[in-house]
Design a protein. Sequence first.
Length: 333
Amino acid sequence: MTDSSKQTNLVLGVDIGGTKVAVGLVDAEGKIVTQGRAPMVAHDTPEAALKAVMGAIDSIAASTAASGKTFQSIGICAPGPLDPKTGVVLNPPNLPCWRNFPLAQRIADAYHLPVKVDNDANAAALAETRWGAARGYHYVFYSTIGTGIGTGIVLDGRIYHGNTGSAGEGGHVSIDYRGPVCNCGKLGCIEILAAGPAIGKRARAKLAADSSRHSAILELAKGDVAAVTSELVGKAFAAGDPLAREVLQETVELLTVWLGNIVDLFDPDVLVMGGGVAAMLSPFFGEIKNRLPDWCVNPRAAEIPLVMARYGADAGIAGGAALCSESSSSAAH
């Protein structure tokens, strides 16, 4: 493919969050050619929120038009719940201004281009399948682990949405029906047990239970147990702190149980992990993979690759662009 054809086959990826809108032009090989960010208006009127998104789109369109770059379609990652078939945002907690808001239609009417809308984990899963760590695979399970746990399933290059568009909520699979109450209302979801806030909470509990125990975590928190976060646990682990390793080891055990359930239910040919917590846990990927057979009936569980996602903080931009890619070309080769 020539450089000129890449420039004419660009897609605009839009990542809408509660506080920001990230936009980027993505070429046919999944490379983000240029990108920008703008503030998001989440607690105003529906029109004000739409104006914020369009302002971000207009800004990057204006800045790239002079160099001859243009985009042929727009793919949007938006907070759920939403209907991926109609592009209607239903009632997202992070964007309370949008309730039953026809986002795809409004953007399509404004720019006269094809528009696709989906949630961030589904879109990121598709980007990893099309261009990233899951390229070449047919049965992809993707998880992003950070403040929460989002997941997406891609079958033969297509996002699996289920009957109503609500499939793929792997972060709310319970592994302990007597466990803590998740933000979703269920007990013992993997999100409430193993996402970033749970890691920080587990570290704080260990430090509070034994005030005499020395740890680099507490030094990083300047002696304030209440200030301990998962980020500090990760920094302490990187410095060789035993308590940090202990906390992350327990997190790994929980994730292994969860992934064992995923493998037995779905039988993926690759497991992809993204997000800040996943990056922190990447030194344990080999251990998770080796221990999966202890938590699976699948006799070939140990053969499934467990890999880090290609796209980090830009997963939403790449994911939005991937939504606009043809399904046939998204399929594994």
